[in-house]
Design a protein around this ligand. Structure first.
Ligand SMILES: Cc1cc2nc3c(=O)[nH]c(=O)nc-3n(C[C@H](O)[C@H](O)[C@H](O)COP(=O)(O)O)c2cc1C
Length: 362
């Protein structure tokens, strides 16, 4: 029987060759000074163009939103030109690619930011339990500076400008990164948002920043080209959500009428986000499980069969198996990835994972 992952998908705004998405993965190989993608990046994504949908690595919307060395931007003309080479190559290979729009908020360091600037965040709440990777190695986090209301509005405008640049660069659409403890989730979570202006306080205040980003981006490029990624109840990066069900139901209820391209839900904590949010979302839903091991084919198939998602995204397996959809189709063995070459460096561990040998015809 054909795997449900391999069936074409026809959604309200998305037509995909299969239901396998390549999850966004930071690879840290851009030019660290210019933020322009590596010349090998087009080849890396073309190798994975068999995905129904590629979501690019997180790309910063603002220099203060950069997480660490080698993370690309989508702000300057040179960055747009660099990404244009990538999207042209992916399209020539028959693929579909969205750009992930990213601002990391407090999850960076003055070593990474222009002129040694302090990281910005909803509130001045420092990460205590982990370090941050910089060009000088792992270092302790500093206390971020709380954005003023006007500055928060400036960041929203930066997301909209990045979306405009993404379309100029030839991306088929954009995915707003609202997950994994970065800036947007720092606004959503009670422990990182201590604000008293319209972006804080009540639940309505905490979801306001995310809603304003989505509205600004959709006004710029149209809702049918906009996805949002969320990770309810994900404790990564010192996020503690007291009421994920209440927060994300309110967020999804407010977003559903907008007619977005998709909602991309990472399930990680105790809260069963896919089961809870699926009935509240009338558009395309992309599922993702973020556990200690790379998510396998069976888990994605079960999620589709249970109606929890329309499309399922795979990260780690795609990193080391460029032809993942055809391996799922043929049952070819899956290669593990080499943790030493995940971030930074050059071709090794980036564009040299081989395709599976074509099975012999008997
Ligand atoms: C090397 C690496 C880099 C990642 N970078 C990003 C990123 O830039 N943006 C994002 O939303 N998620 C990022 N993730 C999370 C993945 O998109 C995905 O949610 C996670 O790997 C779980 O899926 P998997 O079990 O299929 O790997 C990253 C994961 C890995 C392994």
């Amino acid at each position: 029987m054909t795997s449900p992952l391999l069936l074409p998908y026809e959604g309200p705004h998305l037509t995909l060759r299969n239901r396998i998405a390549m999850a966004p993965m930071t690879r840290g190989r851009a030019d660290d000074v210019t933020g322009v993608p590596n010349p090998l990046t087009a080849r890396y994504y073309v190798q994975r163009a068999g995905a129904g949908l590629i979501v690019s690595e997180g790309i910063w919307a603002d220099p203060l939103g950069k997480s660490g060395p080698g993370v690309p931007g989508l702000v300057t003309d040179a960055q747009v030109a660099g990404w244009r080479e990538v999207t042209d190559a992916v399209h020539a290979a028959g693929g579909t690619i969205f750009a992930q729009l990213w601002h990391v908020g407090r999850l960076t360091h003055p070593i990474t930011l222009p002129d040694g600037a302090a990281p910005v965040a909803p509130s001045a709440v420092r990460i205590e339990s982990q370090q941050v990777f910089t060009a000088r190695g792992d270092v302790d986090h500093v206390t971020p500076r709380a954005l003023t209301t006007a500055e928060a509005e400036g960041v929203i405008a930066a997301f909209a400008a990045e979306a405009r640049n993404a379309i100029r660069a030839g991306f088929d659409g954009v995915e707003i990164h609202g997950a994994n403890g970065y800036l947007i989730q720092q606004f959503l979570a009670e422990n990182t948002n201590l604000r008293t202006d319209r972006f804080g306080g009540s639940r309505e205040g905490r979801i306001r920043f995310a809603l304003d980003v989505v509205e600004a981006v959709t006004a710029e490029v149209g809702p049918e080209r906009v996805g949002l990624r969320i990770s309810p109840d994900n404790p990564e990066n010192e996020i503690a959500e007291r009421d994920p069900r209440g927060t994300y139901r309110a967020l999804v209820d407010a977003l559903d009428p907008l007619g977005l391209a998709y909602l991309h839900v990472i399930e990680r904590g105790a809260y069963q986000a896919l089961a809870d949010l699926r009935p509240r979302w009338s558009g395309t839903l992309i599922g993702n499980y973020n556990g200690p091991e790379a998510t396998g084919q069976g888990a994605g198939e079960e999620a589709l069969a249970a109606g929890l998602a329309d499309v399922f995204s795979f990260g780690r397996l795609f990193l080391s198996n460029p032809d993942l959809p055809s391996r799922f189709a043929t049952g070819a063995p899956l290669a593990p990835f080499d943790p030493a070459t995940v971030y930074g460096g050059g071709a090794e561990g980036y564009v040299d994972y081989p395709e599976a040998p074509v099975p012999a015809i008997r």
